[in-house]
Design a protein around this ligand. Structure first.
Ligand code: SAM
Length: 224
């Protein structure tokens, strides 16, 4: 574990969290035990508005501030699993939102660089992650479709908002052999989950089926 998640004590959401993880394992067939363990350790209810914290372990996305969402646990688990992290990676995350996915990446990779377009969300997420003890991340606000040039190349990238196409700057900042998970679709609210693997000459793509994310807004995404 690279980060510093909550101490391994039981809390009032231990049972719902365990049920969430069992559903991920049994129903959704998530197979990466490291991902399941991280999702058992991280207290998802601390990443949603207090008024709805009792819903944090349900099988759906939830609203967070600024009209954005924290993704459904299944999609978080699936995207993370598809990155095939072993703990040595430098990861770029686009669309940090509440910081929940960032926390998972901090637990499973060496270093995480995260970008969130909405300044207020970025500041809250950073504070929350620091409060929870994570130190192996940097988070900034801005347009993530341009990547984060200063720290490239990255071993893995996770884009948590749906764009009309694969942003070229992101592909350029991936290492050969590096993987990017990104929802892509010509409709602003429905996409296909794509895994891009960088090769020496270009990249390959695999399609993991339909999904629905908030729009990726930026220079290489949707125009607001
Ligand atoms: N994974 C997040 C979590 O755990 O809370 C939820 C991500 S939410 C589905 C998508 C986020 O992408 C939103 O917070 C939105 O503001 C952000 N976003 C959209 N376009 C962006 C861009 N160009 N750069 C960075 N963030 C962007």
């Amino acid at each position: 574990m690279q980060g510093a998640a909550q101490p391994n004590l039981t809390d009032r959401y231990t049972l719902p969290r365990r049920n969430m993880v069992e559903r991920l394992r049994e129903h959704y067939k998530i197979r990466d035990e490291r991902v399941l363990e991280a999702m058992m350790r991280i207290h998802r209810h601390l990443f949603v508005p207090e008024a709805i914290e009792s819903q944090a372990y349900k099988d759906n996305a939830l609203p967070i501030a600024f009209d954005q969402t924290i993704s459904q646990p299944f999609i978080v688990a699936r995207m993370t699993e598809l990155l095939e992290l072993d703990g040595t990676e430098k990861v770029l995350e686009i669309g940090a939102g509440s910081g929940y996915q960032t926390a998972i990446l901090c637990e499973l990779a060496r270093k995480v660089f995260a970008i969130e377009r909405i300044d207020g969300l970025a500041r809250e997420a950073e504070q929350r992650l620091r409060y929870l003890g994570y130190r192996n991340f940097s988070l900034k606000s801005g347009d993530g479709t341009n990547g984060w040039d200063a720290y490239q190349p990255y071993d893995a990238m996770l884009v948590a908002a749906g764009g009309p196409e694969i942003p070229v700057p992101l592909v350029r900042q991936l290492k050969p052999g590096g993987r990017m998970i990104i929802p892509v679709g010509t409709d602003q609210r429905s996409q296909e989950l794509i895994r891009v693997t960088r090769t020496e000459k270009g990249y390959t793509q695999e399609n993991f089926g339909p999904c629905s994310f908030v729009p990726l807004i930026g220079e290489h995404g949707w125009i607001k």
